[in-house]
Design a protein around this ligand. Structure first.
Ligand SMILES: [Zn+2]
Length: 194
């Protein structure tokens, strides 16, 4: 279960009429829709930047697991995959997502292609942003939001109980010898046996 309190406050809309900027609804810490839509905009913005800027954002890199890959390309692929899955039971929202956010048509052209009214289109945009904002934050093991954690290879599965008891990882041995506290030196030299 995702701890939403960690994600909500910083991106909540301070003028939101529902949460007044707190980012949570009254019901048991559920995130406000302004937070879900903000998550969608952030993740979509990054996927679009990778598609348009390519090069720098999509350079091959060695991941923390020491495998080489193109994290930008993987992010874009995950963005599409997670979106397709999350909208599988929402045909209108899936069509709007494809025409407007993937193919890049502006709203009038999207409405014409999907054959829906302006009001329907914008209501679908509103709903798909909330559905996908939640999916981007809750996908395991690599959530797309927070974006910085995705690129750092942070795994979002809850730690096992035993792992949670480890308060601090020990230093590797070749480093530990420089920083571990040394035993105090003896003040008296060892005496020879008589
Ligand atoms: Zn809100």
């Amino acid at each position: 279960m995702l701890d939403w309190s960690r994600l909500t406050l910083a991106i909540a809309n301070p003028t939101c009429a529902t949460c007044a900027g707190s980012g949570t609804r009254r019901a048991a810490g559920d995130p406000c829709s302004c937070v879900l839509r903000a998550i969608f905009r952030i993740v979509h913005g990054r996927a679009r930047a990778i598609a348009y800027e390519g090069g720098r954002l999509n350079a091959p890199r060695c991941s923390p697991s020491h495998s080489y890959g193109r994290p930008g390309e993987e992010f874009r692929a995950d963005f599409q995959l997670v979106s397709t899955r999350a909208l599988a039971d929402h045909p209108l929202e899936a069509a709007v997502f494809q025409r407007h956010y993937i193919d890049g048509h502006e709203w009038r052209e999207s409405c014409r292609l999907i054959r829906c009214a302006k009001g329907e289109f914008f209501h679908a945009v509103y709903r798909l942003q909330q559905l996908l904002g939640r999916a981007f934050a809750e996908t395991l093991p690599y959530a797309l939001y927070p974006v910085a954690e995705y690129f750092a290879g942070v795994v979002t599965v809850a730690p096992k109980p035993a792992a949670a008891q480890i308060l601090r990882m020990p230093w590797p041995r070749h480093i530990a010898r420089y920083i571990a506290p040394r035993a105090p030196a003896a003040l008296i030299p060892p005496l020879k046996a008589a």
